[in-house]
Write a protein that binds this ligand. Structure first.
Ligand SMILES: Cc1cc2nc3c(=O)[nH]c(=O)nc-3n(C[C@H](O)[C@H](O)[C@H](O)COP(=O)(O)OP(=O)(O)OC[C@H]3O[C@@H](n4cnc5c(N)ncnc54)[C@H](O)[C@@H]3O)c2cc1C
Length: 422
């Protein structure tokens, strides 16, 4: 009997930790998430069922310590040559169970990437926040606050717009930043963010990247208000909401790096997220493969298993060919992020264009074959008991963040065709 482990991944560049990491997360997914996930949609507001598996993985297994240096109680992956291939494994195994959970849990690590990854480690800030993440078995939630009411894509379009549309301000007052603004949609908000990284400007309207700031803001500071979570089409495990910042004061050294560097490393974490989130697509597709195997073996057409029909075989082949390619592309993207000595700086326009290309291409292909699977399964595709419709909704939502498909296309075309106005 074929299984998801027959889907190829590039064995020659898997991280040494793969043998340990994969079974731990697979076991967690099979026992802590998959049996309960059908009820997660109704749990979007309270997270009564959703919180325990998150706490187990991040807090009890300690995945939230991943990026911190070992001497601060972490696992040292921030300086590993396998950081992103390891995160890819993590993302795939989590998303096989629930890609909304993968987003929520993964985003806890995401803002930390601005200060924890070589070559731009900010040791002082890591020391400041290591106790929050490393000295507890409770789940910690991190959030990266970029999107604002006037638009998210423009804020992420740093290369062209250079932060000129950011409305959230950081004003220096003595040895503190005073932050004012309104953010929308950050993952892990909706009341749950313990630590925010807020994308601000020191000079609204400026096109000088030196004015873009990434500032760490503890979620319980006076002046930070989070709305309740939005009710979305899917991805109930990822809470999103409004964040208002009113005269929030933090020390000056809570800025990630400084003028110019914050803009670069903001690009870095967008580039990383674009590549690593392909793991959510391949992980989700692997679970659909499992469900599809069951369906085409047990369902009979003209007295034969459904899979033994020519037209059906075409759909099945399209599905697994797409999964094979997406998985290879995803691991390759993660490897390129790991090996900047070979492929260039992660925050370069070239890497951004390539990561954005892989991301939108893989999402489009996935959505295409998911539609075919829904057609093949007919009513069973829409039946919540089969879990296909859940993945189908969730993967569409996955396509909508990080500036959406259009920004991916803009950034890809800009670099490959040297466009000047996009
Ligand atoms: C599940 C989920 C999780 C999210 N997580 C986060 C998070 O962690 N942090 C966060 O800050 N935000 C998050 N978001 C918000 C998301 O990043 C934004 O929705 C996204 O960046 C698009 O921004 P917008 O909705 O404001 O649309 P806009 O930026 O207003 O764009 C509207 C439309 O215009 C298109 N467009 C924009 N610019 C151009 C252009 N130059 N040319 C042509 N078309 C263009 C866009 O593609 C889109 O179709 C999340 C959203 C979702 C759904």
């Amino acid at each position: 009997m074929r299984t998801i482990d027959d889907i190829t991944r590039p064995l020659d560049y898997l991280p040494p930790a793969a043998q340990i990491l994969s079974p731990i997360i697979r076991n967690w997914a099979d026992n802590e998430v998959i049996p309960y996930r059908r009820q997660f949609d109704e749990d979007w507001e309270d997270h009564t069922l959703i919180h325990p598996p998150g706490k187990k993985l991040l807090g009890e297994y300690g995945i939230q310590k991943l990026l911190f240096p070992v001497d601060l109680g972490g696992m040292g992956f921030g300086e590993s040559d396998y950081a992103f291939t390891s995160m890819f494994i993590l993302g795939e195994e989590m998303a096989r169970a629930d890609s909304g959970l993968a987003v929520g849990l993964g985003v806890t690590l995401w803002p930390l990437m601005s200060i924890a990854l070589k070559p731009h480690v900010n040791r002082r800030l890591l020391e400041e926040f290591a106790p929050l993440y490393c000295n507890t078995t409770e789940m910690i939630s991190g959030a990266l606050c970029m999107t604002e009411p006037q638009g998210g894509a423009d804020i992420e379009n740093v290369e062209l717009l250079k932060g000129s549309t950011i409305q959230t301000t950081a004003v220096r007052d003595g040895d503190e930043w005073v932050i004012n603004g309104h953010k929308l949609w950050p993952s892990n908000t909706g009341g749950m963010a313990d630590l925010l990284v807020v994308v601000c400007t020191t000079n609204p309207g400026s096109r000088d990247p030196a004015d873009v700031t990434l500032i760490f803001v503890p979620g319980d500071l006076p002046g930070v208000t989070q709305s309740g979570p939005y009710e979305k089409a899917g991805m109930a495990c990822d809470k999103n909401g409004d964040v208002w910042l009113e005269n929030v004061r933090v020390p000056l050294w809570y800025r990630a790096h400084g003028p110019g560097k914050d803009a670069l490393f903001f690009l870095d974490i967008i580039s990383i997220a674009s590549g690593v989130t392909i793991s959510f697509t391949s992980g989700m597709m692997m679970n659909v493969y499992e469900r599809l195997l069951e369906f085409v073996n047990e369902t009979k057409l003209h007295g034969r298993p459904l899979k033994e029909n020519d037209a059906v075989a075409g759909v099945l082949a399209d599905y697994t060919a797409t999964l094979e390619v997406i998985r290879i592309v995803g691991y390759q993207a993660a490897r390129m992020l790991d090996r900047s000595d070979l492929y260039g700086e992660r925050w370069s326009p070239e890497m951004m264009a390539k990561m954005r290309s892989y991301r939108y291409f893989t999402m489009d292909r996935c959505l295409d074959v998911m539609g075919k699977v829904m057609n093949l399964m007919e009513a069973y595709g829409a039946d919540r008991d089969r879990d296909i419709e859940k993945h189908w909704r969730d993967i569409k939502m996955n396509q909508l963040w990080l500036g959406g498909k259009q920004l991916c296309q803009i950034e890809a075309a800009r670099w490959f065709f040297e466009c000047e106005t996009l």
